[in-house]
Design a protein around this ligand. Sequence first.
Ligand code: SER
Length: 338
Amino acid sequence: MRATTVLVTGANGEIGHGLLTRLAEDGRSIVTLDVAPLEPALAGLVRREFTGSITDRALLERILAEFEIDLVFHLAALLSTRAEFTPVTAHQVNVDGTLNLLEFAHHEGESHGRPVVFLYPSSIAAYGLPDLETKMRAKRVREEEWNTPTTMYGCNKLYCEHLGRYYARHYKQLGAESPAGRVDFRCVRFPGLISAVTLPSGGSSDYAPEMIHAAARGEPYTCFVRADTRIPFMVMPDAIDALLRLASAERARLTRTAYNLTAFSPTARDICEVVTRAFPDTSVTWTTDEKRQRIVDSWPADVDDSAARRDWGFAPRHDFARAFDEYLIPAIRQRYGR
Ligand code: SER
């Protein structure tokens, strides 16, 4: 019998970096799919690397034929700012690509007779609050509130949550004996993510990681949102823990398809202050990019993640202070030798 394997799409991206390392530490056999070749440090961790697009169905069929996949982390996507420049391409990658992967998982489950667990990172971009006053009044937004995204990326993420729910429900309705419907879909709505190792590209929450990395490199930074901008964030190790914890959660305990996650909700000014304390020669100027500002202003200032805490024990280890003191500042200092 072929050994079961994990498939990671978008493996070269921000989340992929941390996830591959953790999966390899756990001794998992990993197959990756990304439009760009994996960085050498990552390539050594995987059993097989496919370079190509999730929109290429022939390529997915090749992977299906060669490997017995029991777990999918579908990370590939065009992020929110990038997607506004090329909305049709974003739809093709974010929606058509996800549909391809769900079909892939469905066929894979069908062929080996048990459901494929499918982890999908959705986003706070799935929310859309109409104005700042409403955002401030909204407090900790629950999963089913304000599901009116303003961006192509947000629409794509929200719709794919529903697509995943459709595939999962199909599975439940038909029952374990049926050959149809074999996708065990599980999804988190990530807040902005901050990694000490990599920088994101094309996101609207990128100001936080960009500011921190620029300061550590001793470079000036122009922040593209107002200093009072507030959205939820978490650091990458907690994001990876959350994905792995949800992946191994008992199915019967999961009461919903998509779960909010958060760890802390600083303003851009709060981030600037803590970065300036760590790197006193930091130079941040503020020049608002109206389009990107509108995007983050439409995202909640905080979210209610009690369902994730209750159902599968989500518990981020880093609050705002620990994120910087125990993870970001030491790891970034080491990375840039400062
Ligand atoms: N961090 C992402 C972005 O800014 C949201 O999921 O697009």
